[in-house]
Design a protein around this ligand. Structure first.
Ligand code: HEM
Length: 143
């Protein structure tokens, strides 16, 4: 039995971050569409955002088990900022899963008023998680 060759950690990190960037772009587009009352495009963009977020999660969890984590090397104030972003990102990332599923469920059942009410919470939380995720990636690689 030969050993299985894993793709380089850097490549997997780039793929992973790209998935969440695409998801974030779909999310922002979805918002623009619904503001313009283009429901079919809103639906497609939001289903796309959910699909890419799901793919991101699969790669993320796989990475967690197969690769050593990259540790933050910055010190002082920048480390405090990094940790603040990391902690808020992690807590909200856990919350956004159930929030997104509930938002989606209400939309797909045609409960649009209820959908809209929860979506106004889900959308900013989701966007924060996406943007802080890219920030963490950028900070990890800059220091
Ligand atoms: C998890 C994914 C989704 C998110 C984050 C989301 C987000 C939003 C947001 C923020 C609004 C309110 C816009 C405003 O304040 O003017 C909204 C409204 C709406 N969404 Fe979604 N949406 C999602 C999925 C869907 C899907 C799959 C559909 C299917 C058709 C849909 C249909 C609608 C409709 C019809 C409205 C207008 C509701 C109204 O004004 O009464 N959404 N959505």
């Amino acid at each position: 039995m030969g050993t299985v060759q894993l793709p380089p950690a850097e490549l997997v990190a780039v793929v992973n971050t790209s998935l969440i960037v695409i998801s974030g772009v779909c999310l922002a587009l979805g918002y623009v569409f619904i503001r313009r009352k283009r429901i079919a495009q809103h639906r497609a963009a939001m289903l796309g955002a959910t699909t890419f977020a799901g793919l991101f999660l699969v790669v993320y969890v796989t990475r967690f088990f197969l690769y050593a984590p990259k540790l933050f090397a910055g010190e002082g104030a920048v480390r405090v900022i990094y940790l603040a972003i990391l902690i808020t990102h992690t807590i909200l990332a856990v919350a956004v899963g159930p929030l997104a599923l509930l938002t989606l469920r209400r939309a797909l059942r045609g409960e649009y008023q209820l959908h809209r009410r929860i979506a106004r919470i889900t959308l900013p939380v989701w966007l924060y998680v996406a943007v802080s995720g890219w920030t963490i990636y950028a900070m990890l690689h800059a220091f």
